[in-house]
Design a protein. Structure first.
Length: 201
């Protein structure tokens, strides 16, 4: 009789491996991190990693695959708000908060190195960026139509610029001197999108 697979247990083990792998990749880099290291950090047997994942590349991708449902949930909390600038700033705040993770700088470095080598990884990152950009563009468009935001900016183009500002929080993170980038990110985006009525004050 075939052994019954508990999907909750599988999901739990995969998540444990993903979180352990994030720390290992950030600390030692993709190339120098082994499946044995990841399994040990996750508190699992050495063969567990490749039972739950096809290969090391799939483990690395899983770190960024987690972002899609998390960011979808973040957007869902704010997408229907009528205060468009406030909603945009809260989404930006949520995205930038991930730069507070001590592993973020190392993972960003490894991500940039891996993107040209893993088409599946590139698809994951692009899909995540698309979802965030579309949500921001929708809020920008609504804000422009209701007179809350400067009508001089094209929504999707502006959304991509906003995400570039968020990316800057990761690219400029300094593990030796950690700081919270959110106030600066919020201020940058707020000044870019400040309501029309404040322009001539």
């Amino acid at each position: 009789m075939a052994r019954t697979v508990d999907p909750n247990r599988v999901a739990e083990r995969r998540r444990a491996i993903t979180f352990a792998a994030a720390e290992q990749f950030a600390t030692y880099g993709y190339e120098r991190t082994t499946a044995t290291q990841i399994a040990r950090a996750a508190g699992l047997s050495s063969g567990s990693v490749f039972y739950y994942f096809k290969d090391k590349a799939a483990v690395f991708r899983s770190i960024f695959e987690l972002s899609i449902p998390e960011h979808t949930e973040l957007v869902a909390r704010h997408i229907d708000r009528t205060d468009c600038l406030g909603a945009i700033l809260d989404i930006v705040d949520g995205l930038a908060s991930e730069a507070l993770d001590p592993a973020a700088p190392g993972l960003m470095f490894e991500l940039l190195r891996r993107l040209g080598q893993d088409d599946e990884l590139a698809k994951v990152v692009l899909e995540d960026a698309r979802l965030s950009a579309e949500a921001l563009a929708a809020l920008l468009d609504r804000g422009i139509r209701t007179g809350q935001l400067d009508p001089g900016f094209e929504p999707m183009e502006t959304a991509r610029w906003i995400l570039a500002v968020v990316d800057g929080a990761f690219l400029n993170a300094d593990p030796a001197n950690p700081y919270d980038p959110r106030p600066l990110v919020r201020a940058t985006v707020s000044r870019l999108l400040r309501p029309i009525e404040t322009e001539n004050r």
